[in-house]
Design a protein. Structure first.
Length: 301
């Protein structure tokens, strides 16, 4: 998924978005010509964007870099939301010089203290959704991260490949596509990340849902939402999740789960917290080498 392989990622994204539009809603009536693909034709996108068909075709084929005004117009024509517009601009700037990233990500001590002090489940996500740190309540809620290898300690990989974690999400069909959309956004920011390429390749091979959703080119930024968890100890939990950016590292986010006070989920979370205080420990993962295979816990993948 490096730069060469991603040369036409922008074109694939444009193609996927125009396929979602309904021509009749945009003023195009049936002209008698059969539509070989769903959505708008290239010439219809070009017409709405006030550019030539040749120009748009070259952009979609990856043979021409569109100007900023043209990208803005295409975003309007294709009805892109905020996250999709951000992704479009990320893709368009792939050839711009990028600052060299450090080989490892470290969780700063103040962030670790905040993580430990929170009365809610919380994790720190790094690049490609790697789980860099967690508190005991997060481990009690999802899985004992300390028993996983560095490679397994990735949120998207757990959601798709870990049978225990996957079974806990009652709304898996809702949250799993979001993971794919988050990774899509990550791929635009870091197209040369070999570990991200490996992750996408592994999940595409192992899971048909991931493969289909990745091909859809949907994108989203990690912000907030609701997760429904069926926990073996405390039963059903309906939790709000919120993402907080780390000011010192834009590639790190603190993700916190919480429940509305007075609800059964809040009471269940409090019980789980008391259990976690004596049964789990907090830990930090800073991209250490993989554990030996013999030291890894066998899990249903």
């Amino acid at each position: 998924m490096g730069r060469d392989a991603n040369t036409n990622e922008l074109g694939q994204f444009l193609k996927a978005r125009r396929a979602e539009l309904i021509p009749e809603h945009l003023g195009f009536t049936d002209d008698g010509r059969p539509r070989r693909v769903p959505g708008l034709r290239r010439e219809e996108v070009a017409q709405l964007a006030s550019i030539s068909v040749q120009y748009y075709t070259r952009v979609e084929q990856g043979r021409l870099k569109a100007s900023a005004p043209v990208l803005a117009k295409l975003a309007d024509v294709l009805r892109l939301d905020h996250d999709q517009r951000t992704y479009l601009l990320e893709l368009a700037g792939k050839d711009a010089p990028r600052p060299q990233r450090p080989a490892t990500q470290k969780v700063r001590p103040p962030t670790r203290r905040l993580l430990d002090a929170l009365g809610f489940p919380a994790i720190v996500l790094g690049r490609r959704m790697d789980i860099l740190a967690w508190n005991p309540l997060a481990a009690a809620l999802l899985t004992d991260f300390s028993q996983l290898s560095a490679k397994e300690r990735n949120y998207a990989r757990l959601v798709f490949s870990d049978s225990e974690v996957r079974a806990r999400y009652k709304n898996w069909q809702a949250i799993a596509p979001d993971c794919v959309a988050f990774l899509r956004m990550e791929a635009a920011r870091h197209p040369d990340d070999p570990r991200l390429s490996e992750l996408v390749g592994d999940l595409s091979i192992k899971d048909p849902h991931f493969r289909r959703w990745w091909a859809a080119h949907n994108v989203a930024a990690q912000t907030a939402g609701v997760k429904k968890i069926d926990h073996p100890l405390v039963g059903e939990l309906i939790l709000d999740w919120e993402t907080l950016a780390c000011a010192t590292d834009p590639d790190q986010q603190l993700v916190v789960w919480s429940a509305e006070p007075g609800t059964p989920s809040h009471e269940a979370l409090a019980f789980l917290a008391s259990w976690a205080a004596t049964h789990t420990t907090a830990a930090v993962q800073e991209e250490h080498p993989e554990k030996p295979e013999s030291a890894r816990r066998h899990r249903g993948h």
